[in-house]
Structures are given as C-alpha cells and as structure tokens.
Design a protein around this ligand. Structure first.
Ligand code: AMP
Ligand code: MG
Length: 344
C-alpha cells in the first residue's frame, strides 16, 4: 500500500490554514426566562447552525426538567411529592436533576445554608409580595420556614434518589440551573467539533477555547454603578448575582429576588457578587451564596474551592466597598470606589 507523508511546511500550513478558515457566528434564543447567546467559531455556516441548534435544544431540555415555574417539570413534581405526607419514599432522579441537586446540596453545606435549593416556599411568598405590592405576611413566612432547609432534602448517591423530609416543600434551582445549562450548551458545541465558543445567559457566561488569535473572550464585568471591568476569559466561567438585575420596591425599601434561607427575608443590602470558576454551575451557585453571606464569610467560602476567585461589592451609604479574593483579576477593581453624584 502506498503511504503518504506531508512535508512539515505543508502540515503546518494545513493546521494554520484550517484555523484561519474559522469564522465567527452568533446565535440567540430565549430559554429559562432569559436570552441565551452563543458566540462561536466554525468552519462553515452549516456546522455553526447545527451545533447551535443542538446547544439550544439541550438548554430547552434542561429548562423543561429543572424549571420551578413549570408545574410539570421533574423538579416541580418532586417537590409536590411532599404534599401527600413526609418523609416521602425515595424518588429516583433523572441524570440531570441528580447532578444539579448534588451540586446544590454541596454548596448548601459549604455555605451553611446561605445557598439552599429548598428555598422555594419563601421565594413564592416574595414573588407574590412583588406582584401584590405588599410585604409577605409574618405568619405565612413562619409557616413557609417549616418547609425550608437543605437538611430536609436527603439525597442517596447510590440509588440516585431523593427523599423530602417535611410536608409542603418546594425546590427552586433558579440560583444554579442556568449555570448548568451554560456548561451543557458548551459541551453540546464541543461534541459537534466547536472548541472556540462563548455561551452567555442570565448574567453569567461560560467560555470555552479562545477565539483564533486571541488569548481569551473579552467580556465586561458590571459594577454596582456603571463601573466596568474588562476580562479575557478562556475555559472558565463567570457568574454575577445581586440586586442589579432584579429587585422590587415595597414600602420604600428595595428587596432582592434572593432570599436568605436562614431567615426567610429577601435581601435588602445593595450588593453584587461575581465569581470566576472552572464551570458555570459552580460559579452560579457560589455567586448566589456570596450575595447572602457576609463578605468575609463569602471570601472564605470561595477560598475553599480550587480555581475560584470572587469579588463582592457592597454599597454602604455614600460609597461602594469591594472585597476581593487574592487572585481576582486587576487589583484596580478591588478598592473602595466613591459613588459618582447623581447615581441611584
Ligand atoms: P441568581 O440570580 O443565580 O442569584 O439566582 C436567584 C434565584 O435563585 C432566585 O430568583 C430564586 O429563584 C433562587 N434563590 C433565591 N434565593 C436563593 C438562595 N438563597 N439560595 C438558592 N437559590 C435562591
Ligand atoms: Mg446563581
């Protein structure tokens, strides 16, 4: 049989020319109540479009499984099991729900319950309060509290099943599921031969391989006011949580969509937590936890996770204080920033 070999210069040209032939494509679709955006480099329009369709299909599938808004999602059905009496029998979980609940419980334990996927009953009361324009009833908050607490959700790693230990429990993966969807969307792109991609959705992003001829994807990180920090990211995730995107005003006080599961209170402090992590599911969950915890506790939590860096901005009176983990990019953003006059 004839054997071919390429001269080194031809081989080099082949790989370099292939890299040059990559073109940038962008796609957007709405899922999980927010817009997901894919930016990717592909050899052809067809390859880009079919990979993007697979990534969006995966996000859609996760939305159907993990949504707390859809009463028929696997997550909602699991919560309702506790209505017929608690503790429930062991409920077998699908592979996706298992992975997200397992990570959620790990962050709940690590954060002492500042992040808690059983926060559903509280979140529902605060959502209703926002719709009706009045604070939740104290009695109802107390009742809801009986069905909140990550220790009331028991996972069995061998059987991949869950038991709910209190009646009336409601699970809410709003603080972690988008991150998982970003990770899975990137994986779907990778499986279709797309290595250089950025996936963005709901205040967070997951970067894959860098664009050709760049060290990373240029992304900007918002501050509590307009201040922005430019970062270059590759093979990393960034999540931001806090009252910047979503809050409601009741009796003249701003309440966040994030609740402290330990007290049942929606957060009132103006703050923003940003987390860099190897994957978006972890970044997402930690960013929510860091919105709840005191800044120093939050930085301790971040330090216990390899590859995680965090910045917490807290607005106190006339100034914004920044708390950063030791290797958070650019020291410039990690100092006390005076608030420009006229800002909200
Ligand atoms: P994120 O924007 O990632 O911080 O997630 C906020 C969403 O997570 C809220 O809209 C709720 O659905 C849910 N949530 C609120 N408070 C918590 C909490 N302390 N722990 C876990 N999930 C929460
Ligand atoms: Mg989150």
């Amino acid at each position: 049989m004839h054997r071919w070999s390429l001269a080194p210069s031809v081989a080099a040209c082949l790989s370099a020319c292939a890299a040059q032939a990559l073109e940038r494509h962008e796609f957007a679709e709405r899922h999980m109540g927010t817009e997901f955006r894919l930016v990717l480099y592909a050899a052809s329009r067809e390859q880009a479009a079919s990979a993007a369709a697979a990534a969006f299909a995966r996000i859609g599938e996760l939305d159907r499984e993990l949504s707390d808004y859809d009463p028929e999602s696997e997550l909602s059905r699991l919560g309702r099991r506790s209505d017929a009496g608690a503790p429930t029998t062991a409920v077998p979980l699908g592979a996706d729900l298992w992975r997200v609940l397992e990570q959620a419980q790990a962050v709940a334990v690590a954060s002492g319950g500042a992040f808690d996927a059983t926060v559903g009953p509280y979140v529902r009361l605060w959502r209703r309060a926002a719709r009706q324009g009045e604070l939740p009833d104290e009695e109802r908050l107390r009742e809801a509290g009986a069905a909140v607490g990550f220790r009331k959700l028991e996972l069995d790693g061998e059987r991949r099943s869950a038991r709910l230990l209190a009646p009336g429990m409601r699970l809410d993966l709003g603080g972690i599921a988008k991150g998982f969807a970003l990770d899975e969307a990137l994986l779907a792109l990778n499986e279709r031969g797309i290595a250089r991609a950025l996936v963005v959705g709901g205040g967070e992003l997951r970067a894959g391989g860098a664009p050709p001829d760049a060290r990373g994807w240029r992304v900007s990180l918002s501050g509590l006011e307009s201040s922005e920090l430019r970062l270059e990211l590759a093979d990393a995730a960034l999540a931001t949580s806090g009252d910047l995107a979503r809050h409601v005003e009741l009796d003249g006080i701003r309440y966040s969509h994030i609740v402290d599961p330990r007290t049942g209170r929606a957060l009132e402090e103006r703050r923003l937590a940003s987390v860099l992590a190897p994957d978006a599911m972890l970044a997402d969950a930690l960013a929510t936890a860091l919105s709840v915890l005191d800044a120093d506790e939050g930085l301790e939590l971040a330090a216990r996770h390899p590859g995680v860096e965090a910045r917490i901005l807290v607005r106190r009176g006339e100034r914004t204080e920044a708390f950063c983990s030791p290797r958070f990019p650019t020291a410039l953003s990690c100092r006390v920033v005076p608030i420009p006059s006229g800002s909200p």
